[in-house]
Design a protein around this ligand. Structure first.
Ligand code: 2AM
Length: 175
């Protein structure tokens, strides 16, 4: 039987250098030296996780993304939170910005139109700051980091000895 190579893909927003530096600096002091911090260049926000896709499904999703019209927007990180099950410390916001929810929905529709089974769970946007974070929760520190979102990207996640490696395959300007 012919083996079809699949890739683990997701749509993401990649912060600019200033936003990434601000995110890294907001890490609660008490977590320093514990867990596995996300290297600054890997800090990102997943808009839609696609999972393993064939080249044909990827082409279909890319064509559907070509037809999207979403405006650039600004969002603000205002919270540091903790997912106890995955032991992830994250930066996020109290409410999903409308423009981000619209982009998530539009990409979800695009993916479904290509036959992908995407998550139906409520979207919980976050930027992972620390993995294997300790169970004792650091007191959430107030943060206020603005981020001007101007594009979104299709990214492949590959596993290597040093953890996940991300490769941006394509990006689309918001306009
Ligand atoms: P995480 O940072 O919370 O682990 C690549 O793995 C990206 O996709 C990461 O941002 C990861 O989120 C997210 N991701 C991985 N598996 C996922 C899943 N099953 N559902 C939603 N997002 C997922």
């Amino acid at each position: 039987m012919e083996r079809i190579l699949t890739e683990r893909l997701f749509f993401a927003l990649w912060p600019d250098a200033a936003t990434r530096a601000a995110l890294q600096a907001c890490m609660p002091r008490r977590t320093r030296g514990t867990g596995r911090p996300t290297p600054e260049e890997k800090l990102h926000l997943t808009v839609l996780f696609l999972g393993r896709m064939t080249p044909a499904a990827r082409r279909c999703v890319e064509s559907a993304a070509d037809t999207l019209h979403c405006q650039p927007f600004t969002m603000q990180f205002t919270r540091i939170g903790y997912f106890p099950r995955s032991r992830v410390l994250w930066a996020g916001m109290a409410e999903v910005p409308e423009a981000l929810a619209a982009l998530h929905e539009a990409l979800g529709n695009a993916a479904r139109s290509c036959g992908c089974e995407v998550e139906t769970r409520a979207y919980s946007p976050h930027i992972t700051l620390l993995r294997d974070a300790p169970g004792h929760l650091p007191a959430p520190e107030p943060v206020a980091i603005p981020w001007q979102v101007r594009d979104f990207a299709l990214v492949a996640s590959r596993t290597s000895a040093g953890g996940a490696r991300y490769e941006t395959l394509r990006s689309w300007p918001l306009q």
